[in-house]
Design a protein around this ligand. Structure first.
Ligand code: CTP
Length: 410
C-alpha cells in the first residue's frame, strides 16, 4: 500500500506552491492528506486540495462531527508529516509544544517523522527567536528543507523563500526511506527479470588527445555506468559495457570494451547497438575534440608549439545517443542521461525528444553533486511520466532505472 504523507499548509503566500507539492508527491506514488491552518485557507481555498487529493481537507479541530478526535486519527494515518510552507509562527508553536489548532495539535500527537520547509520574510527568518526555534527542533531530530535565498513576496531579498518543490519532494521521499528495499546491492538481488535481454551500457568520460601527454576530458568517474552494468548483469541480462578511461573494477560477468575517445566509443557502440534490447548511455562524452591530435609532446618553449597549445581548434564530437537512437527499432528501449546545472526538467524533456530516447535520467551536477560520488538524486523522465527519486546509492538508482525501463516495455 502507498505510504501516506500528511501535508500541513500554513498561512503564507507560498501556500499556493503546496498544490505542486501535492502533485509531485502523488507522481512519486504517495497518498497525500492535507491539513491547513485557518490562515492558510485565506491564501488557497481548501477546495483546491480536496480536488487534487480526493480526500477531505482538515482545517478546524471540531470540523468533522464523525471524528471527535480528528487530530489523533490524522496523526496515526501519517507515515510522514510534511509542513510546507511552514511559517515562523507555526515553527515557534511546534518548538514549544503549543497546540492551539488542528495542525499544531496533530503535530504534537504525531509520532511519524516530521519534515519542515520554512517560508517567511528574511527578518523573521533571521530573528533570534526563529533561529533558536529551528535549532531546538533540529536537536530533537526534526528534518528541514532549508529556505532558499532570493526575492521574497514581501519585497525584500534574502533568505526565507520556500525551497524548490523538487527538493521538498526528494527530502520527503528520503525521509520515508522510499529507497528500494530488497535490491540494496547486486549480491542481494533475487530478480532475474532481465534474463534473455541484451543490455548495452556506456560509462565514464572520454579523453580527447591534444598531444602525446595532454587531453580534454571531464570529471565523470564512471560509477553510475558501472553500477548500471552490474545491476543489469545481476538481473540476468547479457551486458556489454563500453567504457571510457576510469579507475574502477568492472563488475564480473560483464563484457567490457575499453575506449578512450568519443569517436572510439561511437564505433564500439555501433557494433553492439543493433543487438541490444536496452541501451543505457550514461557516459559523459566530451562534446568536442581537438581538430588535430599531435603525436609528439608540444613544447612550451617552441614558439610554434606554444601557439598550437594556446589556439587549440575544436571540432564537435558526434552525439552517440542521438545518432544510434535515431534508428532504433520498436523492440529497443533507449535510456539517456541529462547532467545539468540549471533548468533540470526542461532540459531533460528537450533531450528526451531531440535525442529520440525513451527515458532520460535527469540529475544535477556541479558543486559536489553526482560526479565521483557514490550516491545520486535523479528524476526519471519518459514521454508520459516524471518520477522524482530520493538521493540513493548509484547501485540502487541503477535498479530503479531498470524497474522503470521494464515498466515501459511491458
Ligand atoms: N551523449 C552522447 N554523446 C555525446 C554527448 C552526450 O551519447 N557526444 C549522451 C550522454 O551519454 C547522455 C546524454 O547524451 O546520455 C546527455 O548528455 P549531456 O552531457 O547531459 O548533454 P549534452 O548532449 O552534452 O548537451 P549539453 O551539453 O547541451 O547539456
Amino acid at each position: 500500500m502507498a505510504s501516506t504523507v500528511l501535508l500541513g499548509i500554513t498561512g503564507c503566500i507560498a501556500a499556493y506552491k503546496a498544490a505542486e507539492i501535492v502533485r509531485g508527491l502523488q507522481k512519486a506514488g504517495l497518498r497525500v492528506k492535507v491539513v491547513m491552518t485557518e490562515h492558510a485557507t485565506h491564501f488557497v481555498d481548501p477546495l483546491t486540495f480536496r480536488s487534487l487529493t480526493h480526500e477531505p481537507v482538515a482545517v478546524g479541530l471540531f470540523d468533522d462531527p464523525s471524528d471527535p478526535i480528528h487530530h489523533i486519527s490524522l496523526a496515526d494515518e501519517a507515515d510522514a508529516f510534511l509542513i510546507a510552507p511552514c511559517t515562523a509562527n507555526v515553527i515557534a508553536k511546534i518548538a514549544h509544544g503549543i497546540a492551539d489548532d488542528l495542525l499544531t495539535t496533530t503535530a504534537l500527537a504525531c509520532t511519524a517523522p516530521l519534515l519542515i520547509a520554512p517560508a517567511m520574510n528574511v527578518h523573521m527568518y533571521e530573528a533570534s527567536a526563529t533561529q533558536d526555534n529551528l535549532s531546538l527542533l533540529k536537536s530533537r531530530g526534526v528534518a528541514f528543507v532549508d529556505a532558499d535565498e532570493g526575492y521574497l513576496a514581501c519585497g525584500y531579498t534574502g533568505k526565507g523563500r520556500l525551497a524548490a518543490v523538487d527538493e521538498i519532494i526528494a527530502a520527503t521521499l528520503t525521509l520515508l526511506g522510499e529507497s528500494r528495499s530488497g535490491n540494496n546491492d547486486n549480491d542481494a538481488c533475487s530478480l532475474r527479470d532481465l534474463t534473455g535481454l541484451s543490455v548495452l551500457v556506456t560509462a565514464g568520460p572520454t579523453q580527447e588527445p591534444i598531444d602525446a601527454v595532454r587531453f580534454l576530458s571531464n570529471y565523470s568517474s564512471g560509477k553510475m555506468g558501472y553500477a548500471l552494468a552490474g545491476a543489469a548483469c545481476a538481473r540476468g541480462a547479457s551486458v556489454t559495457l563500453v567504457s571510457g578511461p576510469v579507475s574502477l573494477t568492472p563488475p564480473s560477468g560483464v563484457d567490457v570494451v575499453p575506449v578512450q575517445t568519443g569517436m572510439e566509443m561511437l564505433e564500439a557502440c555501433q557494433k553492439f547497438f543493433s543487438r541490444a534490447d536496452i541501451a543505457v548511455f550514461s557516459a559523459a562524452v566530451a562534446d568536442a575534440r581537438p581538430a588535430v591530435a599531435f603525436e609528439r609532446k608540444l613544447k612550451k618553449g617552441v614558439a610554434e608549439d606554444a601557439a598550437a597549445l594556446s589556439e587549440i581548434k575544436l571540432v564537435p564530437n558526434p552525439d552517440i545517443l542521438a545518432t544510434l537512437a535515431a534508428n532504433k527499432d520498436p523492440r529497443q528501449t533507449v535510456v539517456g542521461f541529462a547532467a545539468e546545472t540549471d533548468d533540470l526538467l526542461d532540459n531533460a524533456r528537450r533531450k528526451l525528444q531531440c535525442k529520440h530516447a525513451d527515458v532520460i535520467v535527469a540529475n544535477l551536477v556541479g558543486a559536489g553533486k553526482a560526479f565521483g560520488k557514490d550516491t545520486n538524486q535523479a528524476t526519471l523522465v519518459s514521454a508520459t511520466e516524471e518520477h522524482i527519486l530520493p538521493d540513493m546509492s548509484k547501485v540502487q538508482l541503477a535498479h530503479r532505472i531498470f524497474d522503470f525501463v521494464l515498466q515501459i516495455r511491458n
